[in-house]
Write a protein that binds this ligand. Structure first.
Ligand SMILES: Cc1ncc(COP(=O)(O)O)c(C=O)c1O
Length: 485
């Protein structure tokens, strides 16, 4: 019996030591595999984060000194401080309205002549102004559709939804000249067949002008496509708006940031394209309210935190905006900051900042990005989406704004997948075309899957040249690694 027990015990010892040995091997292999994965991950994800999605001006470029001077001039003088720290006038500080009007005239030289300050309404930025315009000039029943050029600035969608247009936004494809005008005309004609409804939410006494349609566009250096609309299309769009009782709201927030497209080619810039509001003022037949407003902002040329912008439209549009609820109650929506901006504009500090800091810096970052695209992505089949030219004939000799839009060379890879992979494995963030849909329009979504959705938007404003180059390298590596899977 003891013999048998000894025999069994020895067997068990052997088995358990074998198991232990196997267990050790498994643990060792697991740990070394984990170590390798960690080492690999570390080399990628511990690299500096690069964000080519962010459409923000980089903080190093903020005109802080000029703002300190401006704030001292405003708050250091008791008389001016008293004006700055009370509720502001409804359309904005008079001196700022005049300063903006003459600064805009100096830049655009509109054919219709000088810009009267009565055309300027000071806002808390383009986003806030969009909501104000929709509140005062649309009715969820009477106004039929919101038309937006696709790809669009996707963050604008919420303002349209807030105003009651969820499900009634429609995309209009961008063509070589900035907008497929026949597509829009067809869409407007179709919607005219639907029975007209009364403006049940906005009484005529409270809101004397309600438009039947809103057309939303970013005609110059568009976000996201970087496209500039041709002059011909600008004129056609205004005519179409008049014909169908539409208000064209244009975000004109990038117009100032412009430079020659090539470092070595033509250096002379032409006149900036007229805004749609300029075209509306120039073309015979404009109405009291007009059919276009320009939504301007200091976010990209001073800093988004200042929350100051302006709307230019007919004096009647300005009067209506003064009736916007929060303005009625609280006056100008960004009053104190707007007083600082007033100093910046009238002293010439803003213009100096744009010419001597922003343009030279962004221009160099743009060239760096183009060079890097040429080296790393174009050889892989990526293409840069054409940016157009407002005269429609000279080719893209000017560049500007914040963005470039690049087409991904395959329809089999979803751009959202590429973007996720770039973030997970290469610590790089970029925006993909699928984000730029006109929300709630199923046709726009299906057009995107074969067209503008298969693209990426890259911004050069946030990072310095070296990081831009590194970001493009990582994008190329991300694309190659995902293709190799
Ligand atoms: C086209 C467009 N409109 C509006 C905005 C936001 O402007 P604001 O900061 O004046 O609200 C942006 C910012 O990215 C933009 O690109």
């Amino acid at each position: 019996m003891p013999e048998v027990r000894r025999y069994v015990m020895r067997g068990l010892e052997k088995i358990s030591s074998g198991c232990l040995w196997l267990f050790h091997i498994l643990i060792f292999n697991y740990q070394s595999a984990l170590g390798k994965i960690r080492a690999n991950m570390g080399s990628i994800t511990e690299e500096k984060h690069i964000n080519l999605q962010l459409g923000w001006p980089s903080p190093a470029l903020f005109p802080s000194e000029a703002l300190i001077t401006a704030s001292q001039a405003v708050l250091g003088d008791p008389k001016i401080a008293a004006q700055a720290l009370v509720y502001g006038p409804d359309p904005g500080h008079e001196a700022l309205r005049s300063a903006i009007a003459s600064w805009l005239f100096g830049f655009y030289h509109p054919e219709a002549g000088p810009i009267d300050p009565s055309r300027i309404f000071v806002t808390n930025g383009a986003s806030g102004a969009l909501s104000m315009l929709l509140t005062r000039f649309t009715d969820p029943e009477y106004t039929k559709r919101i038309w937006a050029i696709e790809p669009t600035y996707f963050l604008a969608a919420q303002a349209f939804q807030d105003a009651g247009f969820d499900g009634r936004m429609r995309g209009v494809p961008e063509d070589d000249e900035g907008i497929d005008i026949d597509f829009l005309r067809q869409g407007l004609l179709e919607s005219e067949k639907e029975p007209a409804k009364e403006a049940t939410f906005k009484g005529a006494a409270a809101c004397p002008k309600i438009y039947k349609h809103i057309i939303y566009a970013i005609p110059t250096f568009s976000n996201p496509s970087a496209k500039t609309m041709s002059l011909r299309r600008r004129e056609q769009l205004v005519q179409l708006a008049r014909e169908f009782d539409a208000l064209v709201i244009t975000d004109d927030v990038y117009d100032w940031l412009r430079w020659p497209a090539s470092e070595t080619g033509q250096t002379q810039l032409s006149q900036p394209p007229p805004r749609l509001v300029d075209v509306d003022r120039k073309l015979p037949g404009t109405t009291t309210f007009g059919n276009a407003v320009s939504n301007g902002s200091f976010s990209k040329i001073v800093g988004p935190g200042v929350r100051v912008g302006w709307v230019e439209g007919s004096p009647d549009v300005v009067k209506e905006l003064c009736k916007y609820g929060p303005v009625r109650s609280g006056g100008c929506q960004g009053h104190l900051s707007s007083m600082f901006i007033s100093h910046l504009v009238s002293s010439g500090a803003l213009e100096k900042h744009i010419q001597e800091t922003l343009i030279p810096t962004y221009q160099q970052r743009y060239y760096a990005m183009m060079e890097s695209l040429k080296t790393h992505l174009l050889p892989l089949g990526f293409t840069i989406s054409p940016t157009g030219d407002y005269e429609g004939s000279r080719g893209p000799v000017e560049a500007g704004g914040f963005f470039t839009y690049i087409n991904v060379p395959t329809n089999t890879l979803r751009t959202s997948e590429l973007v996720e992979h770039a973030l997970d494995r290469f610590n790089l963030r970029v925006a993909h075309g699928g984000m730029m849909l006109v929300a709630g329009d199923p046709d726009c979504a299906s057009r995107a899957s074969q067209g503008f959705g298969q693209a990426l938007r890259l911004c050069w404003a946030w990072h310095e040249k070296e990081d831009i180059d590194e970001g493009i390298r990582r994008l190329a590596a991300a694309f190659q690694s995902i293709q190799a899977r």
